[in-house]
Unconditional design. Structure first.
Length: 340
């Protein structure tokens, strides 16, 4: 696996179809980019179709210390790769959209269901037939950093679709679907910690081996934050509900957030307050009442919203429109503190 860049930086590459090329040139341009980005000597061929289709693949590839990630929206293509016994990666693929996709491993072709997640062994030869509409994310982690033996690797590769595994839904897919934030290439080591933690948590569960709290911390922290971002408007959301969702004790949750700027309950309150301030700034134009705003943000009552707004801005809700500049400053501070 390539170790790109120095320090905390990684290499981020984006692909879009180059303008001004004829169909043959467009495919050849994609073939060359794809072969270098997936880190496996790959032979790409045009898929033969009775009906011509447009060829507009796109992809983004990030490589950093001990990991790489590629997400692609593929055009119709056939791919094959030769055995590579020197690979030291643990490779996980999430086939988000896979209409008609066929994957051949160990000489046996099999259809791949949309939404499936599985490990792939590129030390053995294989191939795929990907029709139009294929969308996949592929995560590669240096196997040595996870202490996965050859016997354990073989066990992982024999596993069928992992999409319904609770850790995949809780940790893996959320991490894969939310990684493209601005500046991620300048924070590649932190990104590597998150993905290594995600993979360590999944592998530990599948192999029924213990995973230290420290190893799980980056993955869990990110998964919990995404859950809070999606659920803060539920008035029942509290620490107990989060602990139940992630099958953790309250004590473990507090440990995972002890070094965060906002502890868990504070983060829930800040998320609700951020949204309340955004809505309060629009309240007059949209003729929304304070009670409606409080309810839509997850506050149990209007008084709770009033106290939170006062705490974060120093103003009463009725003063918001008279001090929009100060409110926007408070909003920006909240947004900064709520970043992943």
């Amino acid at each position: 696996m390539p170790q790109t860049g120095t320090g905390d930086s990684g290499r981020l590459r984006r692909y879009v179809v180059q303008e001004g090329l004829n169909p043959e040139q467009r495919f050849e341009h994609w073939r060359v980019w794809y072969g270098s980005a997936v880190e496996t000597p790959m032979r790409l061929e045009k898929a033969v179709r009775t009906t011509p289709v447009s060829f507009n693949p796109s992809a983004i590839n990030l490589a950093g210390p001990g990991f790489s990630l590629i997400e692609m929206h593929n055009a119709p293509a056939l791919g094959s790769w030769a055995p590579n016994p020197d690979t030291a990666d643990l490779r996980l693929a999430y086939f988000r959209k896979a209409p008609g996709l066929t994957l051949t491993l160990n000489g046996v072709p099999e259809p791949v269901s949309p939404g499936s997640v599985r490990f792939i062994d590129t030390s053995l030869g294989g191939s795929f037939d990907a029709p139009e509409g294929f969308h996949a994310l592929q995560l590669n982690i240096d196997r040595s950093s996870l202490n996965v033996s050859e016997a354990e690797l073989s066990s992982l590769l024999r596993l069928p679709d992992l999409a319904k595994h609770p850790i995949v839904g809780t940790f893996v897919i959320p991490a894969l679907m939310s990684w493209k934030r601005p500046g991620i290439d300048r924070a590649a080591s932190g990104t590597a910690d998150i993905f290594r933690s995600v993979m360590a948590t999944l592998v530990g569960s599948l192999l029924e081996t213990s995973v230290s709290d420290e190893a799980q911390k980056p993955a869990l922290s990110r998964a919990v934050k995404k859950y809070l971002n999606d659920s803060y408007d539920d008035p029942n959301l509290d620490v107990a509900m989060v602990a139940d969702r992630f099958n953790l004790s309250r004590r473990s949750l507090f440990y995972f957030f002890e070094n965060e700027e906002l502890h868990l309950s504070e983060r829930i309150r800040a998320l609700r307050t951020r949204r309340a301030l955004e809505l309060l700034l629009q309240a007059d134009a949209q003729k929304t009442t304070y009670s409606e705003i409080a309810e839509s943000c997850g506050f149990t009552n209007m008084q709770s919203m009033r106290r939170a707004v006062k705490e974060f801005t120093g103003m009463n809700v009725r003063e918001i429109h008279r001090s929009e500049t100060n409110v926007n400053i408070a909003l920006q501070q909240l947004r900064e503190s709520l970043k992943p």
